[in-house]
Design a protein around this ligand. Structure first.
Ligand code: NAP
Length: 289
């Protein structure tokens, strides 16, 4: 018994080789792909993600410029930072840690970023692109990481029944649209869905992104299906865990674990977007915005 484990590290390693070559090709043209990170304060989760992103960028040959601001930063100051990043031709992508402090209009800040530098899908124009298949910008990295895992492990999406638990703009809705774009038949479940377990049991692919430890229990698992767990929670012993308990996930044909699944791929997707943005920003690139 026990499902195949879809480790994120294998996906990240495979992406890394390709991304190194892409970054080297840009370097030969005198371009160093560069990511700006805007972080406010010192939240543990943000700092851990930032460290991981910086390490991944360093391994691949992407430069990082950090803009660290105090928790009492003013909205006008933040707008000044995004404006500076938008104008700087040597910065190709920008990551902004959220949520922003209370009193700051998050939507205004997100949308102040130039869509072509929006490597984490936070502007309306990027989301428009995810929903329509047109436009500038990139999908949110976590949503794309789910697709990268399915693709890397050769899991068929076209024609399959996919269920996404969660409908946030960060994960649930974009990943549902991306699965639809790959010709899955998609159902989105949320906190008001009457019997999410019944939907999931009948699905070939289940993406769980609710942020509730143990939410998708044994009743949700199709023994012939694949489970991608996106949830990040802290259990009673202070350990990181997903939305699906290991003993339940193991009942599926294959599953991506937490930790060690989607999270391990997210920073590789971020780097991929920065390199792509750097390439598109070059004057001789066809179709340059
Ligand atoms: P969110 O904004 O809180 O959204 C959670 C979604 O889950 C909502 O749509 C909610 O439904 C739904 N939900 C909550 N309880 C449910 C239930 N009992 N049954 C069915 N649906 C339920 O969270 P998020 O930002 O999308 O993040 C989701 C999870 O992914 C979190 O654990 C987060 O930490 C994790 N995450 C992981 C990564 C990574 O790289 N691995 C990155 C970002 C986030 P309603 O809309 O009805 O409220």
């Amino acid at each position: 018994m026990g499902g195949v484990i879809l480790y994120g590290k294998n996906v990240a390693d495979a992406m890394e080789n390709e991304l190194r070559d892409d970054a080297a090709a840009l370097a030969r043209r005198g371009v160093t792909p560069t990511l700006a990170i805007i972080r406010i304060g010192e939240r543990g989760g943000d700092m851990a993600y930032e460290r991981g992103a910086m390490k991944r960028c360093d391994l691949i040959g992407v430069n990082v410029r950090r803009f660290v601001l105090p928790p009492d930063v003013l909205e006008s100051e933040l707008l000044g930072v995004t404006d500076k990043i938008n104008r700087d031709d040597e910065i190709h992508g920008c990551l902004i840690f959220r949520p922003l402090p209370k009193g700051i209009n998050e939507s205004r800040i997100c949308n102040s970023l130039a869509p072509e530098k929006d490597v984490d899908g936070i502007t309306e124009e990027s989301l428009y692109g995810v929903f329509t298949g047109f436009g500038h910008g990139y999908p949110p990295c976590t949503a794309q990481a789910c697709i990268e895992i399915l693709t890397h492990y050769g899991i068929d999406i076209a024609g399959k029944k996919a269920v996404v638990i969660g409908r946030s703009l960060v994960i649930g809705k974009p990943v549902a649209m991306m699965l639809l774009g790959k010709n899955a038949t998609v159902t989105i479940c949320h906190s008001k869905t009457e019997d999410p377990a019944e939907q999931c049991r009948a699905a070939d692919i289940v993406v769980v992104a609710a942020g509730r430890a143990g939410l998708a229990d044994a009743r949700f698992i199709n023994p012939g299906g694949v489970v991608i767990d996106v949830g990040v929670n802290v259990d009673d012993n202070g350990h990181i865990c997903g939305d699906v308990r290991k003993e339940d996930a193991e009942r599926a044909k294959a599953y991506s674990p937490v930790p060690g699944g989607v999270g391990a791929v997210t920073t590789s997707v971020l780097v991929k977007h920065v390199i792509d943005a750097a390439r598109k920003a070059q004057p001789d690139t066809p179709g340059r915005p």
